[in-house]
Design a protein around this ligand. Structure first.
Ligand SMILES: Nc1ncnc2c1ncn2[C@@H]1O[C@H](COP(=O)(O)OP(=O)(O)OP(=O)(O)O)[C@@H](O)[C@H]1O
Length: 550
């Protein structure tokens, strides 16, 4: 019956790979698969599907997949049917492995972990994978969270035709992500798809914490429209909330080579118990990053990083949580695919805009404090402010497609203007005065320099230093600070939805400070505070082109 009806289906859906693309595992008899479907769904096959492929299009570890057409709607679907007797076979395997585990626990002293507990945990996961209703629910949850982006596709589940052993889902037309030539023949670029995969993985791991734990190339398809389709939701995992923020902080600390902060992150990551002293780890991290990775961070290969970090961590009493290994695996798979297409591809460089965006915009207190520390730590201890860090974050964050300049720095501004922001406020106001001075005086210096030489003597009455009571070196550093701040301002202004009035409250406070009034006193002849304020306001309102050109 099915063989006869299969022909139109093949013609209709261009099912050319029906026999050529089978996975290596031996299949089980089709008659067995079809009777399993009937038994599980409680109705004859021809009342469910108007056609179904005579043989599986793929055989996987726990089941095999048929292509079919739903009778009631004509929709083309993939039907995954579980291998008969697999539950019993796995049960027996685990029973035997567990026996070995008991012996290891009892007699092998060098293994301190509870091997039986590990086996039980693994068994629990495998049994979960055996329940296709659970897999369908996983797919539904994943779709809800991540398929809001146009470039990600997750098949719909047909619940009326799904049970513990049969999963009926929307058919996804596509090419596996490791088939580079086939992808390119369709006019698509593997790297674009890998990039979609990286961005989606970052959201999975670090935004909602719910992630696909088995993203091998067979489970990732490129659709003809250029979407990245995810398949196989049997194995999912979760990143604990605290760890998500800690990972973002950790990467940003790494990029900024803040080794003390990196070492402290291991508490939040649950790698170290709070009673372990992290101070000896700091020089080890410094050695590794300063020495082996002299290149810029954007040059860093993810695997080199993970291996190097692993070598450092192994020397200390670290306990690496299971979710972490899965995260690494997931990113390493994507890096592998990317490197295949372009040996120079850098996962970290492709991911960093996401980290920068989260740090600049996320109101979570851990990330907000990490940003404050990153921007102000040196200001507190060394007395200078790292504007280049903010500039770098903005340059990177802007590359993320979801970056909103309106939200950038909001968490910090909120704290700054709130009742708990006193300490930070003092610091920021001091720096803001320095910046105001740089902008105002810098603009004057620039105007002065543009006056032709003979005119200067005439206008400024032969004053050797020009109109300013400061040395040439002081003028130089002032100009540098001004240039950097204007660059940062330009970055913010050139983002569509940035509202300059956001900074008004701070500006107001700055101009009321006694130190701000002294700015005028640094110019020969004096300029009034009102003039300073007006100039500053003007710079803040300056059109984008002026700001970026400066
Ligand atoms: N919705 C679908 N549309 C098109 N093809 C599909 C679909 N679902 C599964 N397949 C095909 O079937 C193969 C196996 O499916 P799946 O990965 O879900 O099974 P599995 O038993 O979980 O396999 P494994 O665990 O080995 O990855 C996929 O690699 C893909 O080729």
């Amino acid at each position: 019956m099915f063989l006869i009806e299969l022909q139109p289906l093949i013609a209709q859906t261009n099912l050319t790979f029906l026999t050529t693309e089978q996975d290596a595992l031996p299949t089980f008899p089709d008659a067995q698969a079809f009777s399993c479907i009937e038994k599980e769904l409680g109705r004859p096959l021809d009342t469910i599907y108007s056609a179904i492929s005579a043989s599986p299009i793929a055989a996987a570890s726990l089941g095999q997949v048929y292509k079919a057409q739903l009778k009631y709607s004509g929709q083309v679907v993939a039907v995954k049917v579980q291998r008969p007797g697999i539950e019993e076979a796995i049960g027996l395997d685990f029973y035997l492995i567990r026996g070995v585990g008991i012996l290891i626990n009892r007699y092998v002293d060098i293994i301190s972990s509870d091997v039986v507990a590990l086996i039980d945990e693994f068994a629990r996961r495998v049994y979960q994978e055996l329940n296709y209703v659970q897999e369908g629910q996983n797919a539904r949850r994943f779709k809800k969270l991540y398929a809001d982006k146009q470039d990600v596709l997750v098949p719909d589940i047909f619940w009326d035709y799904t049970s513990g052993k049969v999963l009926t889902m929307e058919w996804v037309e596509g090419v596996k992500l490791n088939e580079q030539e086939a992808i390119e023949r369709q006019g698509l670029k593997v790297l674009d798809l890998v990039n979609t995969g990286i961005q989606c993985s970052l959201r999975q791991l670090l935004e909602y914490g719910y992630f696909h734990a088995d993203p091998h190339p067979g489970n990732l398809l490129a659709t003809p429209e250029g979407k990245l389709a995810f398949l196989d939701f049997g194995m999912m995992s979760e990143t604990p909330e605290e760890a998500r923020f800690a990972i973002i902080g950790h990467v940003v600390h790494m990029v900024n080579r803040d080794y003390e902060a990196m070492a402290r992150d291991y508490y939040a990551l649950d790698f170290l118990s709070p009673d372990v002293d992290v101070s000896p780890i700091v020089p080890a991290l410094r050695d590794f990053f300063d020495d082996a990775l002299n290149s810029t961070v954007s040059e860093l290969n993810f695997k080199t990083l993970v291996d190097g970090l692993g070598a450092v961590l192994y020397q200390y009493p670290f306990n690496v949580p299971a979710y972490y290994a899965l995260i690494l695996r997931s990113l390493t798979v994507l890096e592998g695919l990317a490197l295949y297409a372009d040996p120079k591809f850098k996962v970290l460089a492709a991911s960093y805009p996401y980290f920068a965006k989260r740090l600049l915009t996320d109101p979570n207190p851990y990330l907000r404090d990490a940003l404050i520390e990153l921007l102000f730590k040196d200001a507190l201890t060394l007395g200078y402010y790292r504007w280049n860090r903010l500039e770098n974050l903005l340059v990177q964050g802007k590359k993320d497609r979801d970056f909103s300049a309106k939200d950038a720095l909001q968490p910090v501004l909120k704290l700054l203007l709130g009742p708990d922001g006193k300490e930070l406020r003092d610091l920021v106001i001091k720096e803001a005065i320095r910046v105001s001075e740089a902008i105002i005086l810098g603009s004057l210096i620039e105007s002065f320099n543009s006056v032709p030489g003979p005119m200067r003597t005439f206008v400024f009455n032969g004053n050797a230093n020009g109109p300013f009571t400061m040395s040439a070196a002081e003028q130089q550093s002032l100009m540098e600070l001004r240039a950097q701040v204007i660059k940062i301002w330009g970055l913010l202004r050139s983002s569509e939805n940035f509202d300059p009035s956001l900074l008004q409250p701070i500006l107001q406070q700055v101009l009321q400070e006694p130190e701000a009034r002294s700015i005028g006193g640094r110019v020969v002849g004096g300029i009034s505070q009102r003039l300073a304020a007006r100039l500053l306001q003007q710079v803040l309102r300056a059109p984008e082109t002026t700001a970026s050109a400066a």
